[in-house]
Design a protein around this ligand. Structure first.
Ligand SMILES: [Zn+2]
Length: 280
């Protein structure tokens, strides 16, 4: 039986570490307990398989604005094909990419991916920007789940000018407008919007097409209000993610277990809610 689904994994393959994340990697190291070393697809699959777990692998695409190589739809599809018993895949398009981005969404659907991942801070564009409208329309048409990174990012943190990365596009309230305009689109607020946790909670309580991913908040730091929502109003729309390799599923789960939540709530957060979200 699947013990957990990690719904937020950035596959640490060499092309990701030496590609889109490369400009930030040195600065990120100061936040990490262990250095990130490149892994093969087999190693990542085995990491999860040995824990009776599955993982949602996220693409990354800021190519149109940064010129950086992306971890795109075909890369993610190849990883899923490598270990379909363990991996789900979310592709990525750069929202600034115009017609190319829309074509990328059709491609993600053709490749059988489950969704798309966005990182507004590094894309330097808010999800509510008019330029993105056609993307949400196309994702809705294909039933692709859209995961949006929200809140504080460690990318560019601690360096002058934050490496050019602005935090504002990652406000959860920008996702609220998208959720309102596209009620048929399933959206995930990743990281619970640190800096704007209240906003992330309000948006997900208010819009039933918005799900909350707990990556980015450690269980011991969860407020009584958030825990109450996890046990109540958001019980079917909140789920676990670790942000691996920037976070560790093992330490998160150890803290989670110490909270003493019921088996029913725990099972919903760790497995059932994501499984349902990904079922098409
Ligand atoms: Zn992430």
């Amino acid at each position: 039986m699947t013990r957990f689904i990690d719904a937020h994994v950035h596959p640490p393959i060499r092309s990701f570490l030496e590609g889109p994340i490369a400009p930030f990697l040195d600065d990120l190291r100061s936040f990490l307990e262990e250095p990130i070393v490149p892994q093969s697809p087999d190693q990542i699959a085995e990491f999860y398989r040995s824990r009776d777990a599955k993982a949602v692998l996220l693409g990354w695409n800021t190519h149109a604005k940064s010129g950086q190589r992306s971890l795109g739809n075909t890369d993610i599809a190849a990883l899923v094909e490598h270990a379909p018993d363990v991996f789900y895949g979310f592709g990525a398009v750069d929202p600034s990419g115009g017609a190319g981005a829309v074509a990328g969404i059709h491609q993600a659907a053709r490749l059988g991916l489950s969704g798309l991942a966005f990182h507004p801070a590094s894309e330097r564009m808010a999800p509510s920007d008019r330029e993105s409208r056609q993307l949400w329309e196309t994702a809705t048409e294909h039933g692709l789940v859209c995961l949006i990174h929200t809140g504080f990012t460690r990318l560019g943190a601690g360096v002058p000018g934050g490496g050019g990365v602005g935090l504002e596009p990652a406000r959860p309230i920008h996702v609220d407008r998208v959720a309102a305009a596209f009620p048929g689109l399933k959206l995930i607020l990743a990281h619970t919007g640190p800096l704007w946790l209240d906003e992330a909670i309000a948006v997900s309580v208010h819009k039933s097409n918005v799900h909350l991913c707990l990556s980015g908040i450690s269980p011991k730091a969860m407020s009584p209000e958030l825990l109450e929502l996890i046990r109540g109003a958001l019980q079917n729309r909140v789920h676990f993610g670790s942000d691996y390799p920037f976070g560790s599923p093992d330490s998160w789960l150890a803290e989670w277990d110490s909270l003493g939540l019921s088996d029913e709530v725990s099972r919903a957060v760790l497995v059932d809610n994501v499984a349902q979200l990904l079922a098409r």
